[in-house]
Design a protein around this ligand. Structure first.
Ligand code: ZN
Ligand code: ZN
Length: 361
């Protein structure tokens, strides 16, 4: 945690902030180690303070030894007290996380209990998220464990899916298997989309019985000590139709092309283009309606953004998904997703779940 604090303080200096007030749960956990569900961090060049309520004081002291734990009272005076104590003036806050009501409450507290000099709250976006996009050794190990858990759960459960079993029953078995293997729980609600349901981007799993000859899109992830894996496979029971053969090979080709050619220094949008080109050339450009991938870590979607609008530059040590898909309304979908880590020699694939090979057609 010490080097994370050092890195953050360097950014604060660059941005001419005296402090940052952190409220996003994943950022709070990343910076402090504290995994409780409520609390704020105030980090200055010299101090690191974790403010939380009485339920969490003991846990916070145990999990965040680099931080001074401050017990929050009701109302907002605690915030004004901390600002006065630390004598900071330009204080960044996470404007994508803080609600309008909370912002109003913080400003009201400063008005009612004014510090000696005037304080400016500066809306900031992505400061800790940017640091989180490059994984350290500890994080790599935790993420690999999360990935291994979902891989193994997928391989075990999908080895014996039978026609007639409902999507939701398969989803429940996958989630139970991940817990059995040591996951905190699923990192998001498991998607099992069979037949036409596979074409609906926000579909989860319903009571539709799985049938032979239809694509089944399974998108799942495990959370392990806070870290999230993300895995998609498209499988089929029985004999695939012509469409499946054609579409599956295009998606797999797009994925393998992107994984083989992505390099340090590319932007997210250039990387997205590696796979998108393959899909467009096969005539399915309009059927790939989402970005190619996203970073994974304490959140299942985080920096870098690997999509048509992604301006993030990919760096060594970044871990992200590569998940092209083709969706055909009324028929279904095919999506294949692996997590990779970017190294000097290119992307190394960390997911090992069973995957259909090229099937031709
Ligand atoms: Zn996924
Ligand atoms: Zn994903």
């Amino acid at each position: 945690m010490t080097s994370r604090l050092e890195n953050l303080r360097a950014v604060l200096q660059e941005k001419r902030l005296d402090a940052i007030f952190i409220s996003t749960p994943e950022n709070r956990r990343y910076m402090s180690g504290f995994s409780g569900s409520a609390g704020y961090l105030l980090i200055t060049p010299r101090e690191a303070i974790l403010a939380t309520d009485f339920r969490y004081v003991e846990q916070a002291e145990r999990q965040a030894p680099d931080f001074r734990v401050h017990r929050i009272s009701s109302g907002g005076q605690w915030f004004a007290d901390l600002i006065r104590e630390t004598a900071v003036r330009r204080v960044g806050f996470e404007s994508e996380d803080v609600s309008v009501a909370t912002h109003r409450r913080l400003r009201q507290a400063l008005k009612e209990h004014p510090p000696s000099s005037s304080v400016t709250l500066v809306g900031s976006v992505g400061i800790v998220e940017e640091l989180r996009s490059r994984k350290d050794q500890d994080e790599m190990a935790l993420l690999q464990r999360a990935i291994d858990i979902s891989d193994e759960a997928f391989d075990t459960v999908t080895a014996n899916i039978k026609a007639g079993e409902t999507e939701i029953a398969v989803g429940r078995r996958l989630e139970a298997a991940m817990r059995e293997l040591g996951a905190d729980g699923p990192s998001f609600d498991t998607i099992v989309g069979s037949g036409p349901n596979g074409a609906l981007p926000h579909y989860l799993a319903g009571d539709r019985p799985i049938r032979e000859g239809e694509p089944i899109v399974i998108d799942m992830g495990a959370k392990y000590k806070g870290y999230c894996s993300d895995l998609t496979r498209t499988i089929i029971l029985g004999t695939p139709d012509e469409t499946f053969r054609r579409v599956y090979d295009v998606v797999l080709g797009a994925q393998l092309t992107a994984m083989a050619t992505v390099q340090i220094g590319m932007t997210g949008s250039q990387t997205d283009g590696l796979a998108r080109k393959v899909i467009e050339e096969a005539g399915y450009g309009d059927n790939f309606g989402h970005g190619l991938g996203h970073g994974v870590g304490l959140a299942v979607h985080e920096y870098p953004r690997v999509g048509p609008m992604g301006s993030d530059i990919l760096e060594s040590g970044m871990m992200f998904t590569i998940e092209p898909g083709i969706y055909i309304s009324g028929w279904g979908g095919v999506r294949i997703e692996d997590v990779v880590i970017l190294e000097d020699s290119g992307a190394r694939t960390l997911s090992k779940a069973r995957k259909l090979e090229r099937i031709g057609g």
